[in-house]
Ligand binder design. Structure first.
Ligand SMILES: [Cu+2]
Length: 290
């Protein structure tokens, strides 16, 4: 902590993230602050415990002039101390619990303004993104869809400064939709969904939806991953989130609705056509041996 004393606020924030990404959504920012200060609290407890451990082993050794047959003072009970070290952790976790609930309620609520809706379908072993409310020209109600293949990483294009609702579905087993820069992930469960959006099926809890508010000025490419073991190519289910400006997004959707491929539509708005945050893996299981 002393080493942090001399640095700027931004540097302090960087250090307090302990390796977490910055986050590109309003929700991520709240989670990041909760995480940072939880870490500080955990470190404070750690320093106290390590300090006591060190102090006890350093200052409670056998004194040189103690006779060999003399045992240390035999203490076993200290009621006031026991009450203190039971009460203090309870207060500490109660405070942590309070802030956890405040942030959680904000992050998981579906009662927020939504600008765009994306339907995410996970399958072994890739992703499909469908844009609610779009229609490809000349098709029969066919939504604009981006489907990942072994050769091409699916790039999910979304505008900065907008609220996006994700609805997750699985075509087969359990996957997990994780964009590290959202500081959030949600399991993709192959159950049906009840009328109210909650998961249907034995043991299923929670919903298959979440909403994020992508901040202004977050244009860029962010890697996304599958975060639930789903078979042989679990590690190869990467995708990319490409955040573009709202104007670019309009043009992108127009291009897609006219029938352009994802790569062509990206190129037409001046973006890299293929994923830049990750690349397709070689699916060959023997290529390393050749
Ligand atoms: Cu998966």
């Amino acid at each position: 902590m002393l080493a942090l004393a001399g640095c700027s606020r931004a540097e302090l924030e960087d250090n307090l993230r302990f390796g977490w990404p910055t986050g590109i959504t309003d929700e991520a920012e709240k989670m990041r602050i909760l995480w940072s200060w939880s870490c500080v609290a955990a470190l404070a407890v750690g320093v106290l415990v390590w300090g006591l451990t060190f102090w006890a082993s350093a200052f409670h050794r056998k004194k040189k002039d103690t006779p060999n047959d003399e045992l240390p003072r035999q203490t076993a009970y200290n009621l006031p101390l026991e009450l203190t070290y039971t009460a203090f952790p309870f207060v500490a976790i109660a405070i942590l619990f309070y802030y956890t609930m405040v942030v959680q309620n904000d992050v998981i609520t579906l009662d927020k303004k939504v600008d765009h809706e994306v339907e995410v379908t996970a399958f072994k072993w890739n992703w499909q993104f469908a844009y609610e409310g779009t229609e490809v020209a000349g098709s029969n109600d066919q939504m604009v869809e981006t489907i990942g293949t072994t050769e091409e990483i699916p790039v999910l294009v979304l505008p900065s400064g907008s609220a996006v609702q994700f609805t997750l579905k699985s075509a087969d087993v359990v996957h997990s939709f994780w964009v590290p820069e959202f500081l959030y992930k949600l399991d993709v469960i192959p159950h049906g969904v009840n009328e109210d959006g909650t998961l249907k099926g034995p043991g299923a809890q929670g919903t298959n939806q979440f909403i994020v508010n992508i901040k202004d000025g977050t244009e860029g490419a962010y890697v996304g991953r599958c975060a639930e073991l789903c078979g042989v190519y679990h590690a190869q289910m990467n995708f990319e989130l490409r955040v573009v400006s709202p104007d670019q997004y309009e043009d992108y959707l127009t291009a897609r609705e006219s029938g352009q491929s994802n790569a062509d539509a990206l190129a037409s708005i001046g973006e890299e056509p293929l994923a830049t945050s990750t690349s397709p893996f070689d699916p060959s299981r023997t290529s390393n041996n050749s």
